[in-house]
Design a protein around this ligand. Structure first.
Ligand code: UDP
Length: 228
């Protein structure tokens, strides 16, 4: 009689032809591209959840999570917020893929968690899918500029090739979450980025302290990756 949450994703909308994305939009996904294993995997998971709901009355909750960021992200997982902050803090080149005009809508992690808890606490007849994200849309160029300004970095921006099937625009319509869950995001991008920058600054500092020769090392040398 367990209730089960599917952490689904905005990726199920693929490169969306509808903007902003509402839950009733079926998506625009390439089945054979480099991103497809993730997109189609999540789409198939949603299908299975709903089959189990119909066949076995399993108590399902399906959240479609839009780009989430915040403290405790992995510094090397390749996502844009962690990449740009790590690059900016170390005055390395900021790598923008494509021309940076593509957009995402970034949700601060604690807001996402609140949304998921509210979803789990909602009545059993509410299955979702429901979008959980922050509708404040931002281009990748704007994101880079903000991070450079907040970190007072001397990094340069470099433009490299855009990965295949990289969505052009992404923004959640959260009308359903507001109405059914009484949820909406409260931490705006500037504040959330500053909290995340603070986290990564401390992470880098703790690694550089460990790497100092004096006083005698208590720990073996660790990379940022291992510490995280
Ligand atoms: N991106 C970028 N530079 C990076 C990492 C990502 O320009 O160092 C771009 C990426 O091409 C995409 C956007 O930032 O357009 C968000 O990428 P991420 O992997 O964080 O999320 P997703 O594409 O899954 O929404």
């Amino acid at each position: 009689k367990s209730k089960i949450l599917l952490a689904s994703t905005s990726e199920i909308y693929g490169d969306p032809a509808v903007h902003p994305q509402t839950e009733d939009y079926w998506g625009n996904v390439n089945t054979v591209g480099t991103r497809s294993c993730y997109d189609e995997g999540k789409r198939c998971a949603e299908t299975l959840f709903f089959d189990y709901y119909r066949e076995h009355r399993l108590k399902i909750k399906v959240a479609r999570i839009f780009n989430t960021y915040g403290p405790r992200m992995h510094p090397n997982d390749g996502r844009v917020v962690s990449n740009f902050i790590m690059q900016a803090l170390q005055n390395e080149d900021i790598t923008i893929y494509g021309d940076g005009s593509q957009t995402r809508s970034f949700c601060y992690v604690s807001n996402l968690i609140d949304g998921l808890i509210k979803l789990m606490e909602s009545s059993d007849d509410f299955t979702g899918p429901v979008n959980i994200g922050n509708p404040n849309e931002c281009s990748i160029n704007e994101l880079a500029e903000k991070i450079i300004a907040f970190t007072k970095s001397t990094s340069n921006i470099i433009y490299t090739s855009l990965p295949e099937n990289d969505p052009v625009r992404r923004q959640p319509d959260i009308t359903l979450a507001v109405k059914i869950l009484g949820w909406k995001p409260t931490v705006e991008l500037d504040e959330g980025l500053n909290r995340t920058i603070d986290y990564f600054s401390k992470l880098i500092l703790s690694v550089s302290n460990i790497n100092k020769p004096e006083p005698p090392l208590k720990y073996s040398k660790k990379s940022v990756l291992e510490i995280a």
